[in-house]
Design a protein around this ligand. Structure first.
Ligand code: ZN
Length: 185
């Protein structure tokens, strides 16, 4: 099974040919408490269950219009995205995107923008509750020098509840959580 704490970034690429083994097709998952774009999307089962629980809670809080617009990407799709994007650094190279793990999801407002400070009440609600379901804001503003990625307020990553709680409490990103666990010589 995929390790939910696995680190994927420019200096920790996935091995060539690596694929997750527990993907679910979001269109066939019921009940499903979020909306979907008009194409098939997949997530690792743990990430789906976490997102579904988060957005079920969101519905009861009055936010019933979240969508999951990008989940799992295979290496070919990541390569196509990378090739199509003219801005270096805005799209991860194949093997360096955690979308290839199935543990990451990009969240938006139905038929509208990605989750950001422009939809502050939605964003604030997600940020307050996502960690309770094991999800973290993976690329927060102010941590660009650690993650190597420009802030992406919409990109959530499943790491499991205990790790998410620790990361939130310490104000870390996933790189810092891994760094703290490295044995010191
Ligand atoms: Zn993303």
């Amino acid at each position: 099974m995929t390790d939910p704490t696995m680190l994927v970034n420019a200096s920790h690429p996935l091995p060539p040919g690596w694929v997750p083994d527990d993907l679910v097709d979001l269109w066939v998952q019921k009940p499903r408490h979020f909306l979907l774009p008009g194409r098939r999307e997949f997530l690792a089962r743990v990430a789906f269950e976490a997102a579904n629980a988060l957005f079920a809670e969101a519905e009861t809080a009055g936010f019933d219009d979240f969508d999951v617009r990008s989940g799992y990407r295979d290496a070919e799709r990541q390569a196509a995205l990378y090739a199509a994007n003219p801005n270096p650094g805005m799209v991860a190279k194949p093997g360096q995107s955690e979308h290839q793990t199935g543990l990451a999801l990009d969240v938006g407002i139905w038929r509208g923008p990605f989750l950001s400070a422009n939809n502050e009440s939605h964003r604030a609600w997600v940020y307050e509750h996502c960690w309770e379901h094991g999800l973290i804001v993976r690329y927060p503003a102010g941590k660009e020098s650690v993650t190597g990625v420009p802030a992406e307020p919409w990109h959530l990553r499943y790491v499991g509840r205990d790790v998410a709680a620790e990361i939130r409490e310490r104000g870390w990103v996933l790189e810092e959580w891994h760094e703290a666990r490295r044995p010191t010589a």
